[in-house]
Design a protein around this ligand. Structure first.
Ligand SMILES: *Cc1c(COP(=O)(O)O)cnc(C)c1O
Length: 364
């Protein structure tokens, strides 16, 4: 057998079909497009970054020194057989969990629309996708998720990109009835009225994920973690491999978690500001006559048929937001907007005022 001569022909077909992640366009004054913390980073983390650290050796294998602090932060340190698995962002934990529990050809189910990396990781891991639209009230369609009988069920709570909360009844129904692994992605837990990390103690089939990229203002460090039964976490680590969290990130996170005032306290204070400004932003958009979805996260979704044009108009005036298309028309808000919407990050009020002023200038 002769092999084709170039790398392009040798690339795995399913991988070659994947697009590269498209970055947001060029320079801008205000970036409201990626849901990161618009107040910067906790002082405790910045202080840790100024101190000399030895990096000639490898970091810890699986962030063992962080495990106690992570469990304490999520309030699960007294919960019996519960442990964590860290990763290069929670993306790495999600990807590794899919690989650990799903063999190529197995299925993964989720409610759409959801986090854009989930279909990508599913494809990379050779998983078959079962996609069910969110219900008209934006809650999970728990019955259809359970009926999918998937090897893995993914729940995003609160959901990205809609920002909407998921009900405890729906999550508990899926956890109780699903035949396979249930992943609950809590990237926006700090902004939500309710979290589900307690369900990690309910079953060894439940994996809850958290990140330092959003409320913690540490997206550039690339660190996130999963919470679940010890044996479940070890499976994720087997699929993930050693040395995925750098020594600098590990130290900065320890500094934040162990500092009430300039670490976790700072994070909590910014999260409260997000919640306050989120309400003000939704009210201001309403008075401009724009529809918004209720948000339990640090961003707001605005269904709008001209989402793409508005996004471009904002970008030329230095304000970046994210535009979405192809949203499920089964949901009335999206049917009315031709499946299109904008997603806007919530930040300090002067930034929000600037966004609103430019939005008026662009015209809706
Ligand atoms: C941003 C985000 C993540 C994670 O990001 P990492 O930076 O890889 O930790 C995970 N899930 C959702 C839903 C997100 O929006």
């Amino acid at each position: 057998m002769t092999l084709p001569a170039d790398a392009r022909a040798l690339a795995r077909e399913d991988v070659a079909r994947l697009p590269l992640h498209v970055p947001d366009p060029g320079s801008c004054d205000i970036d409201l497009a990626d849901n990161t913390c618009l107040w910067g980073s906790p002082p405790a983390a910045m202080e840790s970054l100024t101190q000399a650290a030895s990096v000639s050796r490898y970091p810890s294998l699986y962030s063992e020194p962080l495990r106690g602090s992570l469990l304490r932060y999520v309030g699960m340190h007294e919960a019996g057989d519960i442990d964590v698995a860290t990763g290069c962002g929670s993306d790495d934990v999600l990807d590794s969990a899919m690989r650990a529990f799903g063999a190529p050809g197995d299925s993964i189910a989720w409610c759409a629309p959801t986090f854009s990396m989930i279909p990508v990781f599913a494809q990379l891991n050779g998983l078959r996708r079962v996609v069910v639209p969110l219900r008209e009230d934006f809650d999970l369609d728990a019955e259809r998720l359970v009926d999918a009988r998937a090897r893995i069920t993914y729940i995003c709570a609160p959901n990205n990109p809609t920002g909407t909360a998921v009900s405890r009844a729906a999550v508990e129904h899926v956890v109780a009835q699903a035949v396979g692994i249930v992943i609950i992605d809590e990237a926006y837990a700090e902004f939500a009225p309710e979290v589900f990390v307690d369900l990690a103690a309910r079953s060894d089939r439940v994996i809850v994920t958290r990140t330092f990229s959003k409320a913690f203002g540490l997206a550039g460090l690339r660190i996130g973690f999963g919470i679940g039964a010890g044996a479940t976490m070890r499976h994720i680590e087997r699929a993930r491999g050693p040395y995925k969290v750098g020594a600098i990130a590990e130290r900065a996170v320890e500094a934040v978690l162990s500092d009430q005032e300039n670490g976790v306290g700072w994070v909590g204070a910014q999260a409260r500001r997000v919640i306050e400004n989120r309400g003000r932003l939704i009210a201001a958009l309403g008075s401009l006559g724009m529809t918004t979805l209720p948000s339990a996260a640090n961003f707001v979704m605005i269904p709008h048929a001209a989402a793409r044009e508005i996004q471009r108009g904002l970008a030329t005036r230095g304000v970046l937001v994210r535009a979405f298309g192809g949203l499920p028309l089964a949901i009335p808000e999206f049917a009315r907007s031709d499946g299109r919407a904008l997603r806007v990050g919530v930040g300090p009020w002067p930034m929000m005022e600037r966004f609103l002023a430019v939005l008026v200038e662009v015209g809706t």
